[in-house]
Design a protein around this ligand. Structure first.
Ligand code: ATP
Ligand code: MG
Length: 342
């Protein structure tokens, strides 16, 4: 678990401040991310949780400047701190961003195993990725490193390198992509539900590999998942998003035992045990709000048993409720700790 002292001994990698992102839609302006702020440090693993549509992908794609064309950052900053300089991501051109993608910040999207070009041998994907960033690297040096990484993700390296993508299973492609994302030793790696399209055993396998890699390398990891058991296993810090907002952020042990936002508490209580992979959000009544036509006050209020007139009127801001623990709830002091179920 993180402490602020331990964090300060390691370099800061990302600082997102008051980031707001909208989409132009035919119904009007959709507020996908609102006023999001967080920091991520070397060797830290942040896991983002929250229901479908709460803005996790929009937030994370903006960190690498890969948001869809109809997305507009309407406020805030994203700073990436590299080895010898800092970058303001939102102010960078596509060309500048292409230089730091993979090399500094790598990202695996939802279902990104389909990203491989079907008519190109796997080894050419590794060589192209490396040569587009590192001038003068020999094919042999790149292939040697690729082999090592493929072995780390427990694949038969030679077989994979000499295959076309369609000759590999979904799980193998996902692991090959994992190896590829480590090829240029990025400082930050963002995983957007990398295991969602895979069967449970393969998911398990990939989570184990990620835990392994996390101990071996010193990258900073941002991981998006619907699965709280995955969050419990991979996170140092858990970030809960709701309706485009970060509503809670805390060290993993703290958030699962002592959540201070009723939405986080609801998500945890909807899972029978923390080790379960079953996804069941039904026990939180109601549904997520319309992000085009937003009501005043706390967005979670209509679903919240703690809500009062204040919640319907005034949107709560993040406040500190413990060491490295922030929440955006007017009534956080009334949220009881989680009683562990058998
Ligand atoms: N390209 C787009 N154009 C318009 N609206 C979009 C676009 N992409 C996402 N949205 C909307 O923005 C909001 C946030 O979506 P986003 O994909 O970031 O959520 P998410 O938390 O990643 O969801 P999921 O868990 O389903 O992946 C949603 O209301 C979604 O419908
Ligand atoms: Mg998403």
């Amino acid at each position: 678990m993180q402490t602020s002292v331990a964090k300060q001994e390691r370099p800061l990698r990302l600082r997102v401040s008051n980031l707001s992102i909208t989409y132009k839609t035919h119904r009007g302006i959709l507020h996908a991310v609102r006023n999001a702020s967080f920091e991520a440090w070397e060797k830290e693993s942040l896991v983002f949780i929250g229901e479908s549509g709460c803005g996790k992908t929009t937030l994370c794609t903006s960190l690498v400047g890969m948001q869809p064309v109809n997305a507009t950052p309407i406020g805030g900053t994203v700073k990436y701190f590299g080895e010898d300089r800092e970058y303001s991501i939102l102010e960078m051109s596509d060309k500048q961003l292409a230089k730091i993608r993979w090399k500094d910040i790598a990202m695996m999207f939802q279902a990104s195993q389909n990203a491989f070009n079907p008519v190109i041998l796997m080894k050419e994907h590794f060589i192209d990725t490396a040569q587009s960033h590192l001038v003068g690297q020999s094919r042999k040096a790149i292939l040697d490193k690729s082999r090592k990484l493929l072995e780390l993700v427990r694949l038969d390296a030679d077989r994979v390198l000499n295959s076309y993508p369609h000759e590999l299973s979904g799980g193998m492609k996902q692991r090959a992509l994992l190896a590829l994302s480590f090829l240029l030793d990025p400082k930050v790696i963002i995983f957007d539900e990398p295991t969602t399209a895979l069967d449970v055993l393969t998911q398990r396998y990939i989570i184990d590999i990620l835990r392994d890699l996390r101990d071996k390398f010193s990258f900073c990891m941002l991981f998006i998942t619907h699965d709280l058991s995955v969050a419990a296993e991979l996170a140092d810090t858990v970030v809960t998003m709701y309706a485009g907002q970060i509503v809670e952020k805390a060290p993993v042990g703290e958030i699962f035992s002592n959540p201070k936002h009723p939405y986080t508490a609801g998500l945890i209580q909807a899972v029978p045990t923390l080790s379960s992979t079953h996804e069941d959000l039904k026990s939180i009544p109601g549904s997520t709000p319309d992000l085009v036509d937003m009501a005043a006050g706390c967005q979670f209020a209509p679903r919240c048993k703690f809500a009062t007139a204040l919640c319907l009127k005034e949107e709560p801001q993040l406040v500190e409720v413990g060491p490295n623990h922030v929440t955006a709830c007017h009534h956080h002091e009334y949220i009881p700790p989680i009683v562990k179920k058998g």
